[in-house]
Design a protein around this ligand. Structure first.
Ligand code: HEM
Length: 458
């Protein structure tokens, strides 16, 4: 299964035909739906479709619109009436920088996409193949039979190393990967808390958790400064994303500013490592939880490679392994919530959305919906076989989103995730050890709370 953009069948409604979306049930006085969203956000988002295709939520005094059907999330992502903005993005901008591609809109966003896109194009990916192979196999050598693997740090480490080595051509990234991992874990946890409990002044008090958060944030920015300074000092200009960023020009031909270069590196490294790392954690969890699927992956790899180490060139032939990755991403999407803001008074599926309104939707809810998937909660990689995939409604599986904000890294991510899954599953079976906790931890991404595995050689 591949994930690609498709145009929605736009249905045109006259302004007078637009209705106000229904209010979702279950709100309480003053807090509205906020307490449910904080207490159990995944179940809350997954239940919203029962209330309507588009529903109003009350978060304290504020009204937020939730979109609950696959086709309308596609229409939302593809429509020019909605842009990246709202509390999620404001909080990201405040902490990670205002000038990166992930939060920019309009002409600046288009220019930035043009700068970064070549590094992620399908035909650019094979050049990263040797690094992805090396990193995937290095994992299997690092892990010792019988010793416990801390999947959180191991997943982060390999995700950061691949992103940094492929896109920023940074060598000796181990120490930085470690720092980045620690900084990101603290920053993302703190950012999520600041988003769901927006108690502004409280976060400025000199309390230990706030100090820890501020230290981690400062280290993240320092790290990026180090990476940029090191490249400049080297005088080298390899053909990579960092060179493209350093050489990027404004529309008027002037070089882009230092702040934008910094924010761009942050905007690429942070979502890149957090999302891939979370997905690797879920893939390891799947291999441990479903040994029958792990065995099929190992058998497929063996049949393709004839026993030699799996290589980047094999990825296209690893259909079943790819489907395991897609199915893991369906049930545990790293990016589980997305938001937009209406630029103008707009219509969506016959409902009126006023200018300035915040809109939210959940890939987690969409990808687990019983209306879209038979046996919706079952882990079934074969649902992505060509003869069955046609039953999946359009936009019911868009983990990289669609439209002008679609993740630039879909091919890059799928290649490394498939290769890593293939490499580790051929060498080991995995068992959870005591103290491991694979329940879902909700933050800016979804990941297991604390996955600890023991590798057993095949
Ligand atoms: C945007 C998912 C890996 C860089 C996005 C969006 C999604 C997403 C859903 C769109 C956000 C929206 O519509 O509001 C994922 C998943 C990944 C992954 C599931 C891996 C499993 C990566 C990697 C990188 C990356 C490895 C970079 C190395 C970005 C950037 C954007 C983005 C820069 C912003 C694009 C824009 O706004 O124009 N990602 N991503 N992502 N992703 Fe990824």
């Amino acid at each position: 299964m591949t994930v690609e953009s498709v145009k929605p069948e736009a249905q045109i409604y006259a302004e007078s035909e637009l209705r106000e979306p229904p209010l979702a049930g279950g709100g309480v006085p003053l807090l509205g739906h906020g307490w449910k969203l904080v207490r159990d956000p995944l179940s809350f988002m997954a239940a919203l479709r029962e209330h309507g295709d588009v529903v109003r939520l009350k978060l304290g005094p504020k009204t937020v619109y939730a979109v609950t059907t696959p086709d309308l999330t596609g229409a939302l992502a593809l429509s020019a009436d909605f842009k990246i903005d709202g509390p999620l993005w404001e909080s990201l901008e405040g902490l990670l920088g205002k000038e990166g591609v992930a939060t920019a809109n309009g002409p600046r966003h288009r220019r930035q996409r043009r700068t970064i896109q070549p590094a992620f194009r399908l035909d650019a990916i094979p050049a990263y193949g040797p690094i992805m192979e090396e990193e995937a196999h290095a994992l299997t050598v690092r892990w010792r039979p019988g010793e416990t693997i801390d999947c959180t740090s191991e997943s982060f480490r390999v995700a950061v190393r691949i992103a940094a080595r492929c896109l920023l051509r940074g060598d000796y990234m181990d120490e930085r990967a470690e720092r980045l991992c620690i900084a990101l874990a603290t920053v993302f946890r703190g950012m999520y808390r600041r988003m769901v409990i927006p108690a502004g002044p409280l976060y400025r008090l000199p309390l230990p958790p706030n100090r820890k958060f501020n230290r981690a944030l400062a280290d993240l920015h320092r790290l990026v400064d180090e990476i940029v300074a090191e490249r400049r000092a080297s005088g080298q200009k390899p053909d990579d994303l960092l060179t493209a960023l350093l050489e990027a020009k404004e529309e008027n031909g002037e070089p882009i500013g230092e702040q934008e270069i910094h924010d761009q590196v942050v905007a690429i490294l942070t979502p890149g490592s957090e999302t891939v790392a979370s997905t690797i954690m879920w893939l390891l969890q799947v291999l441990a939880e479903h040994p029958e699927h792990a065995d099929r992956v190992a058998a497929e790899v063996e049949s393709v490679t004839g026993g030699r180490p799996v290589a980047f060139e094999d990825v296209r032939a690893l259909r079943y392994t790819n489907n395991v990755v897609v199915e893991a991403m369906r049930l545990r999407p790293a990016v589980w919530i997305l938001t937009r803001r209406a630029v103008t008074d707009a219509g969506l599926g016959g409902y009126r959305i006023p200018a300035g309104a915040d809109i939210v939707y959940s890939p987690y809810a969409i990808q687990r919906d019983a209306k879209s998937y038979a046996d919706n909660l079952r882990f079934d990689p074969d649902r992505w076989l060509p003869e069955r995939v046609k039953d999946v409604p359009k936009y019911a599986m868009s983990p990289f989103s669609v439209g002008n904000r679609k993740c630039p890294s879909d091919h890059f991510s799928m290649a490394q995730l498939t290769l890593i899954t293939a490499a580790v599953a051929t060498k080991y079976r995995f068992e959870q050890v005591s103290g491991s906790n694979d329940s879902t931890r909700v933050g800016i991404t979804l990941r297991p709370h604390n996955l600890l595995l023991r590798p057993v050689p095949r």
